[in-house]
Design a protein around this ligand. Structure first.
Ligand code: ZN
Length: 453
C-alpha cells in the first residue's frame, strides 16, 4: 500500500491524499489550493493520476480546501462514489455550487474589465461540473463501516470543526490509516467535541495551529468590544467570515450580546445567501450540531439576510453604524470584496477577521498591516481599523491536538504531519516528539510513501 500527498503538504490548503493498494485507488479529500499564486496555479495542473482510474473518493468535510476540486475531477473523468457524512453531503452540494458560481462570475467580471492575464479568462470549472460532482455524493451515517469494495472500508467519526466534519479511518486489508481531517476544539458552543482517536497503523494529523495556543478570551466579549468602539465612532463593522460555520457562530455571539444589552441596538446583516442556506442545513442535522434546532432558529431572528446583489449594494449606501457579516472569510472572493472597496478606505470603520488567514490572502495581508490591497485589478487604500478575533477558531491548537492524540489506544507505526504552514508543522513535530516520543514525518508536495508491515 502506498500514499501520495497531493495537497496540504507544507501548506493548509489543497488537501488530497491518494491511497493505492493492489488494484484500488482511493482519494481522501479533493481540495482546492487557495492563497499564494504559486499554490493556486496548482489548481490548473492536470490531476496527477487519471481521474477515471480512481475507485472512490472520501471527504472529511465540506470546506472547499477539502472538496473544491471535485467538480474538476468529475469533469476530467471521475465517475465513482464520493463518500461523506450526511451534513457534509448537504453542505458540499451548496458549497460546490457556490464555488462554481463564483468562478463563473469572477471570470465574466475579469473578461468584461480586461484585467485577467489569461485572455479570455476561464473558470476552474462550471456550474454544470459542480452539479455532476454533487450527484456523486453518497452520505453515510456516523460510526458505521462502509465497504468500498476490494477489501477497502471507511468509517467516519466526529471531528468538530464544522457540521458534518469527520476524522476518517480507511481500512485496507485489515490495516488502518487514520486521517484527522480538520480537528475542532472541545466545548465549542455550536459543534460537538471531536470523538476520541481510534487505533490505527498510520496516522495523518493536521497542524494548522501546530505552533500556537489559542488565548483564553471570551469571544462574545471580544466581539462586543469591537462593535461598541466602532459604533461609537459612527462606523461600520465588516466581518469577512466563512459562510458555513463561522457565520452561524458569529450570529450566536451577536444574539448573546444583544440579549444581554452589551451592544447598542444597531442593524445586523448577514450578506451571504449561502450562509442563510447553511443555517437551514444546521437545523436539519441535529446529529452534527451541538446547538438545538430551536436555538438555531432563534439566533437567526436578530439578523437581516440579504439575498439579491441589489440588496447587498443597498447596505453599502446606508450611513449609520451597522454590522455586516459577509463571505469569503479570507477576503479571497465573494460579496465581501465589494464591501471592502466601500468600507476599507474610511478610518471610522473596522474590518474584523474571524478566522485563520492563509498566507497570500487579502485577509493575511490586511491583518499584517497592509495599507492597500488589490481588489478586482485596482488598489484600495486600507485606512480602517483592522482587527482579528483571537477567541474564535475552528481548529484545535497544539495542546488540543496533543490531547486528541493522547486518546489513541496505541502509538501508530508512523505519523505524518500535514495541513500546516512549514513552521506550524515543524513545531507540532517537536511537540509530538517531546510528549509521546514519536518521530513524525512532514511530507512534501507529491511525496509518496510505501506503508508496509
Ligand atoms: Zn476545514
Amino acid at each position: 500500500m502506498r500514499i501520495t500527498f497531493l495537497g496540504a503538504a507544507g501548506t493548509v490548503t489543497g488537501s488530497k491524499y491518494l491511497v493505492e493498494t493492489g488494484d484500488r485507488r482511493i482519494l481522501v479529500d479533493c481540495g482546492m489550493f487557495q492563497g499564494l499564486k504559486e499554490l493556486r496555479e496548482r489548481n490548473r495542473e492536470p490531476f496527477p493520476a487519471d481521474p477515471s482510474s480512481i475507485h472512490a473518493v472520501v471527504l472529511t468535510h465540506a470546506h472547499l480546501d477539502h472538496t473544491g476540486m471535485l467538480p474538476a475531477l468529475v469533469r476530467d473523468g471521475y465517475r465513482g462514489p464520493v463518500h461523506c457524512t450526511p451534513a457534509t453531503a448537504d453542505l458540499g452540494e451548496i458549497m460546490l455550487a457556490d464555488s462554481a458560481h463564483l468562478q463563473e462570475e469572477e471570470t465574466a467580471f475579469a473578461n468584461r474589465h480586461g484585467f485577467s492575464k489569461h485572455r479570455p479568462a476561464l473558470p476552474l470549472y462550471t456550474m454544470h461540473d459542480a452539479e455532476r460532482a454533487a450527484s456523486l455524493l453518497r452520505p453515510t451515517g456516523w460510526d458505521t463501516d462502509v465497504d468500498l469494495g476490494g477489501g477497502v472500508g471507511v468509517r467516519f467519526r466526529r471531528a468538530g470543526h464544522m457540521p458534518g466534519a469527520a476524522h476518517v479511518t480507511l481500512t485496507v486489508g485489515g490495516r488502518t490509516i487514520l486521517f484527522s481531517g480538520d480537528l475542532g476544539r472541545p466545548n465549542d458552543p455550536l459543534l460537538p467535541d471531536p470523538d476520541p482517536a481510534p487505533g490505527c497503523d498510520w496516522l495523518l494529523v493536521e497542524s494548522t495551529y501546530g505552533d500556537r495556543r489559542h488565548p483564553a478570551i471570551d469571544p462574545t466579549e471580544e466581539l462586543g468590544a469591537v462593535i461598541r468602539d466602532t459604533a461609537a465612532a459612527g462606523g461600520v463593522v465588516l466581518i469577512p467570515a466563512f459562510a458555513v460555520g463561522r457565520a452561524q457562530e458569529l450570529m450566536l455571539h451577536l444574539h448573546r450580546l444583544r440579549q444581554g444589552g452589551r451592544i447598542p441596538d444597531l442593524p445586523l446583516y448577514l450578506d451571504s445567501p449561502m450562509a442563510a442556506r447553511a443555517t437551514d442545513i444546521f437545523e436539519r442535522h441535529p446529529e452534527a450540531v451541538r446547538l438545538p434546532p430551536e436555538e438555531c432558529r432563534v439566533i437567526c431572528r436578530d439578523v437581516r439576510t440579504t439575498q439579491s446583489v441589489e440588496e447587498s449594494k443597498r447596505i453599502d449606501a446606508m450611513t449609520y453604524p451597522r454590522v455586516i457579516i459577509s463571505a469569503s472569510g479570507m477576503a479571497t472572493g465573494g460579496r465581501v470584496l465589494h464591501h471592502l472597496k466601500v468600507f476599507a478606505p474610511d478610518p471610522r470603520n473596522t474590518v474584523l477577521f474571524a478566522g485563520y488567514q492563509a498566507a497570500g490572502t487579502r485577509g493575511a495581508q490586511m491583518v499584517a498591516g497592509a495599507r492597500e490591497v488589490k481588489i478586482h485589478g485596482e488598489w484600495v487604500p486600507v485606512r480602517c481599523r483592522v482587527e482579528q478575533l483571537d477567541g474564535l477558531s475552528a481548529h484545535a491548537d497544539y495542546e488540543e491536538i496533543l490531547a486528541w492524540l493522547a486518546t489513541l489506544p496505541a502509538p501508530p507505526k508512523r505519523a505524518f504531519i500535514v495541513h500546516g504552514e512549514p513552521q506550524a508543522a515543524d513545531a507540532l513535530r517537536v511537540h509530538i516528539r517531546d510528549r509521546f516520543g514519536w518521530e513524525c514525518t512532514i511530507p512534501k508536495h507529491r511525496d509518496t510513501f510505501e506503508l508496509e508491515g
